[in-house]
Design a protein around this ligand. Structure first.
Ligand SMILES: Nc1ncnc2c1ncn2[C@@H]1O[C@H](COP(=O)(O)OP(=O)(O)OP(=O)(O)O)[C@@H](O)[C@H]1O
Length: 239
């Protein structure tokens, strides 16, 4: 579905991503693991077209269509191509109601004209609060709303940047269940950025480890095994 090949990215002269390779297969959940500052968000920003890359390629594969070079697509069109993203900071319009936030996501140049019915099934709490101003919701429900918004255009690939960050244990558990359902029941391909292995092991099939070695950020190999089994080391020795 998505191939990242030999991607390098620098902030000024400082290398952040070094020769990153990543393959996302349809229907899988892949985790990008790494401590704070190892470049997880930077990689996602490159995939979403928010940051240019210095070298490498990012290719989008869709059944029945030739591979598309994502680097030729402006960031705005990547959502319409089927890539959704929940960023670290919830992006909701706090003056609008829950429902208005969902409706406005339909304006993002996608074919979809109505809120998908499954959305309120997935988020029953949001359904009961749909006429409430979203700024009045507690932070973890605002996060749920941001995720629901990302799902309105019915993406094929959903990128989740620290989706449980700052959540209460109860909402975190709901979010983990939700990610699992989206992946297993709805077949959504998921790229999950997380630091906590215990959470990753519950939902992810594969992982890519980013870490800092000798003062530089380098990517280590990708495990194609099943992460619900005990985590195996995937270091490839490139440091
Ligand atoms: N706009 C920027 N300009 C310069 N350096 C930056 C910029 N954004 C991030 N960095 C640096 O790039 C490195 C990678 O940052 P990034 O946010 O991608 O890491 P991360 O793994 O997502 O961290 P976290 O888990 O805390 O979100 C860090 O050293 C960070 O300080």
């Amino acid at each position: 579905m998505l191939s990242v090949r030999s991607v390098n990215q620098f902030y000024g002269k400082q290398p952040v991503l070094r020769d990153i390779d990543l393959d996302l297969l349809p229907g899988t959940c892949t985790a990008i693991i790494g401590r704070s500052g190892t470049g997880k968000t930077t990689l996602v920003n490159c995939i979403m077209g928010r940051l240019p890359i210095n070298s490498g390629s990012i290719t989008w594969h869709q059944a029945g269509s030739p591979p598309a070079n994502l680097l030729n697509q402006p960031g705005e069109t990547r959502a319409a191509m089927g890539i959704g993203c929940l960023s670290q900071r919830s992006q909701i319009f706090t003056q609008m109601t829950v429902e208005e936030n969902l409706l406005i996501a339909l304006l993002a140049g996608v074919q979809q004209r109505t809120i998908p019915p499954m959305l309120y099934q997935l988020f029953p709490v949001l359904f009961s609060l749909r006429h409430q101003r979203s700024g009045q919701l507690p932070a973890d429900l605002q996060r749920q709303l941001a995720l629901a918004r990302a799902l309105v255009p019915q993406p094929q690939l959903l990128i989740l940047d620290d989706p449980t960050g700052g959540m209460s244990p109860r909402r975190e558990e709901e979010m983990v269940t939700l990610i699992h359902r989206l992946n297993h029941d709805f077949g959504l391909t998921i790229l999950l950025l997380q630091q906590r292995l215990s959470l990753i092991q519950r939902v992810a099939d594969h992982f890519l480890l980013l870490h800092v070695a000798y003062g530089q950020h380098i990517a280590h190999g990708m495990n194609q095994g099943n992460l619900r089994k005990p985590l195996r080391s995937c270091e490839s020795g490139s440091g």
